[in-house]
Design a protein around this ligand. Structure first.
Ligand SMILES: [Zn+2]
Length: 348
């Protein structure tokens, strides 16, 4: 029986119009003094809606931070200048604002409410913050959000490519769980059955209804959130990240042109599922139905970057056993890349 203590969000709202109720949610948590962290390029109309909701419910936004970067130094500066009367930090926007807000909240030991305005990856509900440190992207320990507020209408108004990126990041859970079980068989890495089950189950819910509408957004938001919780349950990234993420991390270091994390991960997941000999057909059917392949083909990946990434991937996390640890799989992955009909047009 597991008896470790984990923290999970207390407040969860996933629905259209949720952003207009942020003030109600903040107030219900008995908070009246808030710090708001938003992306500098966030639609001012959204910022005004958050401000109005706060005003209407007696919540004072005592400082508003606009983020242009997600550096560790910037987060530290905000923390040092932060008023001690801040009771809660609310992050609204994309990854940069949420990662900064989450880390500052962790340093200040105040609750954090994450309100993503697009669902392009699973980072909004995790106990890690991804920040730039000395020119490199690093993952820092942080705290789970106290609240997750996803306005599905706001997310639906964001460019569709961000939803597809979230879909790609979610599909990686299938290959990640396979790698995790492989690591158990080969190296004795402990598998947490509940975390693995939760991770798998969230994907199948979305696959059963591949629609780009409010319901599809709700399913994706819930699935990505539950994935963050699966990681919290087992205390590792295993349920959400396997060899497909190693390929994506390797691509980030090559970086001839940065691309959305979930798009890289989604394509890598398909290729890894071919290598694992499980689930590729089902993944292809789903990717075709949601328009994932079409979006990639409209702006293809660079083939030579990927070949280099296949080679580098196992060295990204040396003690992390995956299907790429068994032997050098570069030749197999290149063969899949060059011969699989589903991938035609994905690379140039
Ligand atoms: Zn990911």
């Amino acid at each position: 029986m597991r008896n470790n203590v984990i923290s999970v969000p207390t407040l969860v709202r996933v629905k259209p119009g949720a952003i207009d109720r942020l003030g109600v949610y903040i107030r219900r948590g008995q908070f009246t003094q808030a710090m708001l962290v938003v992306n500098k390029d966030l639609d001012q109309g959204l910022v005004a809606r958050v401000q109005k909701s706060a005003d209407d419910h007696g919540v004072k936004i005592i400082s508003k931070i606009e983020t242009t970067d997600s550096s560790f130094e910037f987060a530290q500066d905000i923390f040092q200048q932060m008023s001690t009367s801040v009771e809660v930090i609310v992050g609204v926007g994309g990854g940069k604002a949420l990662d900064i807000a989450k880390y500052v909240a962790f340093l200040a030991r105040v609750p954090f409410i994450a309100s993503p305005t697009a669902l392009s990856n699973d980072g909004f509900c995790s106990s890690r913050s991804s920040l730039d440190f000395k020119g490199q992207r690093r993952s820092f320990p942080a705290a789970m959000p106290y609240g997750v507020v996803i306005d599905t209408q706001v997310c639906l108004n964001a460019p569709k490519i961000l939803w597809l990126s979230g879909i790609g990041d979610l599909m990686s859970k299938l290959t990640a769980v396979y790698d995790w079980k492989l690591a158990f068989r080969m190296k004795g890495t402990q598998v947490d059955d509940l975390a693995a089950l939760l991770s798998d189950a969230t994907v199948f819910q979305l696959m059963a209804k591949p629609e780009y509408d409010l319901e599809g957004m709700r399913l994706l938001g819930t699935a990505l959130m539950l994935n963050g919780i699966a990681m919290e349950i087992c205390g590792s990234s295993r349920p959400a990240s396997g060899s497909e993420h190693l390929i994506s991390h390797a691509l980030d270091t090559i970086n001839s042109r940065p691309r959305l994390h979930g798009l890289q991960v989604g394509v890598a997941s398909y290729m890894i599922s071919r290598l694992q000999g499980r689930g590729a057909e089902r993944m292809n059917t789903f990717f075709s139905a949601v328009g994932f392949w079409d979006a990639i083909k409209a702006d293809p990946f660079i083939r030579r970057d990927w070949v280099e990434a296949f080679r580098l991937a196992p060295s990204m996390k040396p003690d992390f056993y995956t299907i790429l640890s068994e032997k050098d799989q570069t030749a197999e992955l290149v063969a899949i890349m060059d011969t699989d009909k589903c991938l035609s047009g994905v690379f140039v």
